[in-house]
Write a new protein. Structure first.
Length: 367
């Protein structure tokens, strides 16, 4: 028998009951999150601001709520509307994003904000296809914004929802092949009223109760319907594909300091950490070790300390070399790949991505 046949079919009378149980639980226990409206606002019929929903959903991709909250508050404080974000210089937005990782998201964020401001009068489209047509908005984000901001009946499936649904219906098919079956189950449960709250209720359940390890089934509002719980296999679902070993790369970053200023460059728009301010380096990438010669001849000190950093597809051991002279003309590098001389004492304000921020701290200790 194919494994898919073991999945329980939602009885059409049960689906609304599952959704109702989730919504009741959500009304009593919804997480308080910076981007959400309050229960009082919800009860008064206030709709979430699409800009806040979109911004939070982009930030939350591959990133935890704890890591996102301060960034979200800082962005909203500085750019309270999508028009304000659209009008911001790209380098300011990239610098404000520094440390949050997955920097392609920041570049897409700028492109999307500018498209909403220029082509839609500052208002986000209110349908999934309309949102999907914006730059940088994929299927998940379009569904989430459509459901949460506009109460469209969209099936919103993030990692939390994936886990809850795979367990609820004991879906044994490994990910990612199980995605279509999971989406179909979510669509079956989707209530006609409050689809946005339903999406958030599912996310909350996965984040707080149906956790990857030790799910709190005794507290779960849908335990009575849960097939994985009945079979005692909750923790084994969803079935994940085996992890691939990540290639290990090496590289070197160059610390060139003159008169209290360090040379920073702007990375190429496309590729790793695209468009971000950074230390110059020897050209490492996901596919090869760095091998370029130092950017200027002279005396260099190679440090023993290195930065170990893990990207999605590879790990990097970044060594550091400090320029020791002779004295160079500070003007020499200006206008080279966005190069600038940045005051060392204000390096934390440079908006360096985490990798280079760590490297800069080590260099400062050894200079
Ligand atoms: Fe998850 Fe347990 Fe609830 Fe099933 S009963 S959905 S396994 S928390």
């Amino acid at each position: 028998m194919p494994v898919e046949c073991r999945e329980k079919i939602v009885d059409e009378r049960e689906a609304p009951r599952i959704a109702a149980a989730l919504l009741d639980h959500y009304d009593a226990h919804a997480r308080t999150l910076a981007w959400r409206i309050s229960p009082q606002q919800r009860a008064a019929g206030v709709r979430p601001d699409p800009y806040r929903v979109w911004l939070s959903e982009v930030m939350l991709q591959q990133t935890t709520v704890a890591a996102v909250t301060s960034y979200f508050n800082a962005f909203i404080g500085r750019w309270p509307t999508v028009e304000a974000l659209a009008a911001a210089p790209a380098e300011d937005v990239l610098a404000a994003w520094a440390g949050l990782g997955y920097y392609a998201r920041a570049r897409n964020l700028i492109a999307c904000a500018r498209a909403v401001a220029a082509d839609h009068g500052g208002r986000f489209p209110d349908t999934e296809p309309g949102l999907r047509a914006l730059p940088g908005i994929g299927g998940y984000t379009a569904a989430a914004v459509a459901a949460i901001a506009f109460d469209r009946p969209s099936a919103v499936v993030d990692a939390n929802v994936e886990r809850v649904t795979a367990r609820l219906f004991a879906i044994h098919t490994p990910l990612p092949a199980a995605k279509s079956a999971i989406r179909a189950k979510v669509a079956q449960m989707l209530p006609a009223a409050r689809p946005g709250d339903f999406a958030q209720a599912m996310m909350d359940l996965g984040a707080t109760i149906c956790t990857p390890r030790n799910p709190s089934c005794l507290l779960c509002p849908v335990a009575g319907w849960c097939e994985a719980r009945a079979q005692g296999i909750a923790e084994s679902l969803p079935v994940k594909p085996p992890k691939k070993a990540k290639p290990a790369r090496t590289g070197t970053a160059w610390w060139i300091e003159q008169q209290g200023h360090v040379l920073l460059v702007q990375r190429a728009d496309k590729g790793m950490l695209g468009g971000m301010r950074a230390l110059p380096d020897d050209g490492w990438s996901a596919s090869r070790n760095g091998n370029r010669a130092p950017p200027l001849a002279g005396q260099w000190t190679q440090l023993d300390a290195a930065v170990a950093h893990v990207f999605t597809h590879f790990s990097l051991d970044l060594s550091l070399a400090l320029y020791r002279g002779p004295q160079i003309d500070k003007v020499a590098f200006e206008n080279l790949n966005g190069a600038c001389w940045w005051p060392v004492e204000r390096i934390e304000e440079a908006g360096l991505p985490t990798l280079f921020a760590k490297a800069a701290r080590i260099a400062i200790q050894h200079r």
